[in-house]
Design a protein around this ligand. Structure first.
Ligand code: GDP
Ligand code: MG
Length: 177
């Protein structure tokens, strides 16, 4: 292909961070494999999944990293963040404490990565409207004040999952190309 001839290749590392049980692993499995697991345990073994997307006629690959449950012990290491071009900061709209943790995750991200990282705040489990604990406005407002993209998603019913990942991937692509 012309990509190969010109030597152009796009592979971007993206990390998913946020408190335990907010749905990080299910967002990734929904995006990469269109799968949802209602009883998912802490991720074992899988470090990342790769998903391709065509932008401007070019193949762009996203290598999306999931924690192996280290976040429960606040032990996500700098190796996890190394080389990341994008990050999804995830909370659970039905658990306020997970939203209150976002500033800490943002600090950690800032410590371990470049300031140019494309960042999106993700309020997951928006299917749980009946037990919502964080309003859409609060999410938007935090995102605005920190300069993040914002989206509410549901890994369960697929709402905005593809859109959220693709917005981050496109943003990275336009930043580097
Ligand atoms: P992680 O610890 O952040 O990786 O979270 P998991 O992906 O393991 O999900 C934790 C729990 O929340 C599991 O029981 C999932 O089935 C559930 N879950 C994940 N995403 C959603 C969602 O969008 N809606 C609902 N209702 N449950 C979800
Ligand atoms: Mg997980």
């Amino acid at each position: 292909s012309s990509d190969e001839e010109s030597g152009e290749e796009y592979l971007f590392k993206i990390v998913i961070i946020g408190d335990s049980a907010v749905g990080k692993s299910n967002l990734l499995s929904r995006y990469a494999r269109n799968e949802f697991n209602p009883h998912s345990k802490a991720t074992i073994g899988v470090e990342f999944q790769t998903q391709s997307l065509e932008i401007d006629g070019k193949e762009v690959k996203a290598q999306i990293w999931d924690t192996a449950g280290q976040e429960r012990f606040r032990a996500v290491t700098s190796a996890y963040y190394r080389g990341a071009f994008g990050a999804l900061l995830v909370y659970d709209i039905s658990r306020r404490t997970t939203f209150e943790s976002i500033p800490r995750w943002l600090d950690e991200l800032k410590t371990h990565s470049d300031s140019t990282v494309a960042r999106m705040l993700v309020g997951n489990k928006c299917d749980l409207e009946n037990i919502r604990d964080v309003s859409v406005e609060e999410g938007k407002s935090l995102a605005e004040s920190e300069g993040l993209f914002f989206m509410e998603t549901s890994a369960l019913d697929s709402t905005n999952v593809i859109t959220a990942f693709e917005m981050v991937i496109r943003e990275i692509y336009y930043n580097v190309s």
